[in-house]
Design a protein around this ligand. Structure first.
Ligand code: 3HC
Length: 689
């Protein structure tokens, strides 16, 4: 018997219940179960209407992503939609939770959609490098017109019940508590009224006026060119929606199917699907399970109201958790609080928050100049200046103040957490919580496990991350932890190539072509050269630029000159400085030629560092390293992260290239033992995950 679908009949309505935890993904058994229940209900003379509903926390979350890439076992999802199109009786989808991707497409193939007030729906396939492959690109425009459809499908956004109703995507909104009863009543009424079976495929009213407007599609593509760069899915979505407008329904479906297959085979989609699962896998820590106790975090303390401390505080306020924010001077405290408030007001000005919400969040923060105010906090996060002395001093004081059972966390980005923990009498309660700037926005949270950190502390930190909307990646203690350590060699190589005579705009454009939002030197200019400020012992280009007042974009000049529109232009002054400093440091003129060579020089050392992080046991798995790069450093999602990308190239090729680079540029390029071992065994990083 198929466990995933069952039905019961009451007063002439068949209620088909789908039950495939945790999110009712349309796996083969579920599709088969649904097919057989539908067929049965179609045949049964006692049944005059059908309600499709899901058990558990949500309606169908889409195709089963683990099955994508394998041939559909019948029935395919499009087969099921065709079956619904041909249904002899009205079918009502009753939606709660989220109806996503193939789940929403299935609902669109039903005659009616009734949604719970808290439900959301959407077509997030674009985030997996795909397009909706079960009629979504054809049915949505028929309901909302081409322009709204383009927005919905290329953004993958989730639409709330109320908006879905006003857009015409659904027929009615039900009370959360009585969705099933209301759906049954709705179906009974439709049946009583003669069993109308309105099919979206038959409608053309919403797309009529789009027929002679090919400009809609070109304009949309151009307006979003920056956002879509590097991703093939949006262009395919535009093509499919255009097909909905210009072709008849079946031809449009055929076009959609062909485009779906093409995207499914693309490396970008493979990379995006890898990132989807990697993000979820990161939450798993082998020696921590549901049996590990966790600590309830009801009150948080943050030490330091600077940029990091303020951003960290906002995460908790957003989640409704009160924060006591401690600083050493009234001025710094006022400034920190004012910045938080300004950030919220800016969000409110964009219409993404109400004034009441701003007030409510600001009401959760208690400013203080006294560390003793943290006595009741369940979690204290230190976010002060990166100095071991300052931090150990704070932790020693905190040890005397914080209540027993409180978690003491440091936001250090490279210092030895074990030394910080040793400043307390309770190192098992000390953990690293390394946020990335801007801390209220970047989704990565490195949870740094010290040698003594207790399991419940790690378990709490991992769980808390999810509560504040972060993705936690567990890291061991090392200089720079995962993300900073991983990316450091990219900067080192960019600067080395610069001194050897490779133009900086060439280096940057290779990174941008690869998919990064900006190149290394553009990023330096954006952050501000004075902010990055290094304690170099020898003369450096950056040091000289700072001395010349070229602090970066904010001053209109840094590595680059910037015009009024903040566009970078190569600078003669920088070029002269580079030559001078190269000569002073005896760097031979030997520019790296060709995009591929520049890319290998920049990114192979990153792959190598990833291998070292893995073999040292700093990261649990290769996919964690990818997630740290994607979420901490905006590594292009369409590349899947450095180690996934390396797997795509082939580790044997990378090792061979690195040996060649080692001969030219020295030890930095010596392949890590793990990399060599995997390459020799014909394996990939992914095989270790
Ligand atoms: N297929 C397979 N597994 C899925 C899945 C799916 N569509 N959606 C979620 N899961 C799994 C997750 O991997 C996770 O597994 P784990 O517990 O073993 O790690 C589990 O379900 C729970 O997922 P989350 O941790 O993400 O749970 P949340 O409650 O935070 O979020 C959700 C729920 C909003 C449904 C979220 O999981 C999500 O966004 N899922 C993906 C939705 C999606 O992209 N659908 C489109 C699929 S492609 C498609 O339909 C193609 C079609 O057009 C032909």
């Amino acid at each position: 018997m198929n466990q995933t679908a069952s039905s019961s009949i009451t007063e002439g309505v068949a209620l088909i219940m789908l039950d495939n935890p945790p999110v009712n993904a349309l796996s083969t058994p579920l599709r088969q179960g649904l097919q057989s229940e539908l067929a049965q209900a179609f045949r049964d003379d006692q049944v005059h209407a059908i309600v499709l509903i899901c058990a558990g926390r949500t309606f169908i979350a889409g195709a089963d992503i683990t099955e994508l890439g394998q041939p559909w076992q019948p029935p395919s999802l499009p087969d099921l939609c065709a079956m619904l199109d041909a249904a002899p009786k009205p079918v009502v989808a009753a939606i709660h939770g989220t109806a996503l991707g193939g789940g929403f497409e299935l609902a669109l193939a039903c005659h009616y959609r009734l949604v719970a007030a808290s439900a959301r729906m959407g077509l997030p396939e674009v985030n997996l490098g795909l397009l909706p492959g079960a009629g979504g690109t054809q049915r949505v425009p028929r309901l909302v017109g081409a322009e709204a459809a383009l927005d919905i499908i290329t953004s993958g956004r989730q639409i709330k019940a109320k908006e879905a109703l006003s857009l015409g995507l659904v027929d009615a909104v039900a009370d959360d508590q009585s969705l099933q009863a209301e759906a049954l009543a709705f179906a009974r009424q439709v049946a009583a009224e003669g069993g109308a079976k309105p099919r979206i495929r038959d409608r053309t009213d919403a797309i009529e006026s789009d027929r002679n407007r090919p400009d809609i599609f070109t304009t949309f593509a151009m307006a979003n060119a920056r956002r879509f760069k590097g991703f093939p899915a949006p262009a395919a979505i535009i093509e499919a929606v255009q097909a909905a407008v210009t072709l008849d329904f079946d031809d449009g479906l055929a076009k959609e199917a062909a485009l779906f297959e093409r995207l499914l085979a693309s490396p970008e989609s493979a990379a995006q699907r890898h990132v989807f699962f990697a993000e979820r896998e990161a939450a798993r820590v082998p020696d921590i399970g549901p049996e590990t106790p966790t600590i309830d975090i009801a009150a948080v303390g943050v030490i330091g109201a600077g940029t990091m401390g303020g951003g960290i505080t906002m995460n908790f306020l957003n989640a409704g958790i009160p924060v006591t924010l401690v600083e050493t001077s009234q001025e710094a405290l006022d400034r920190g609080i004012a910045t938080i408030c300004r950030n919220y007001e800016a969000t409110a000005a964009k219409g993404r928050m109400t004034a009441a919400q701003v007030e409510q969040r600001m009401g959760l923060v208690s400013p203080s100049l006294d560390l003793a105010a943290l006595a009741d906090a369940d979690l204290v996060i230190e976010a002060v200046y990166e100095s071991m002395d300052v931090k150990t001093n704070i932790f020693a004081r905190l040890d005397r103040i914080a209540k027993q059972g409180a978690i003491l966390a440091s936001n250090t980005s490279f210092l030895d957490l074990n030394r910080i923990a040793a400043a307390t009498s309770r190192p098992e309660w000390v953990v690293g919580l390394h946020f990335f700037s801007p801390a209220n926005i970047m989704r990565l949270l490195e949870v740094v496990r010290g040698t003594a950190t207790a399991k419940p502390v790690v378990a709490t930190a991992m769980r808390l991350a999810k509560r504040i909307g972060k993705v936690a990646v567990l890291s061991g203690v090392c200089d720079g932890f995962i993300a900073n350590r991983l990316l450091a060699p990219r900067g080192t190589q960019a600067e080395a190539m610069m001194l050897e005579g490779t133009p900086i705009d060439e280096i940057d454009h290779v990174l941008v072509d690869y998919g990064f939002a900006m190149g290394h030197f553009q990023m330096m200019d954006l952050v501000g050269l004075d902010v990055i400020g290094r304690n170099a012992t020898e003369r450096t280009v950056m040091g000289d630029l700072v001395a010349a007042g070229r602090l970066g974009q904010k001053r209109g000049a840094g590595y680059y000159d910037y015009d009024q529109k903040r566009r970078p232009h190569a600078s003669d002054l920088t070029a002269t400085l580079i030559k001078e400093i190269a000569a002073a440091n005896s760097v031979a003129h030997d520019p790296t030629a060709g995009d591929a060579a520049i890319l290998a020089r920049l990114l192979y050392p990153v792959v190598n560092e990833g291998a070292k992080i893995l073999e040292e046991g700093i990261a649990l798995r290769a996919s964690d390293i990818d997630i740290a790069a994607v979420l901490g450093y905006n590594w292009p999602v369409c590349r899947g992260g450095p180690l996934f990308w390396a797997d795509q190239i082939g580790l044997d090729k990378i090792v061979a290239d690195m040996r060649r680079l080692e001969a030219l540029h020295g030890e930095t390029f010596r392949p890590a033992q793990l990399l060599v071992r995997l390459a020799e065994g014909g394996k990939r990083f992914g095989d270790r995950s």
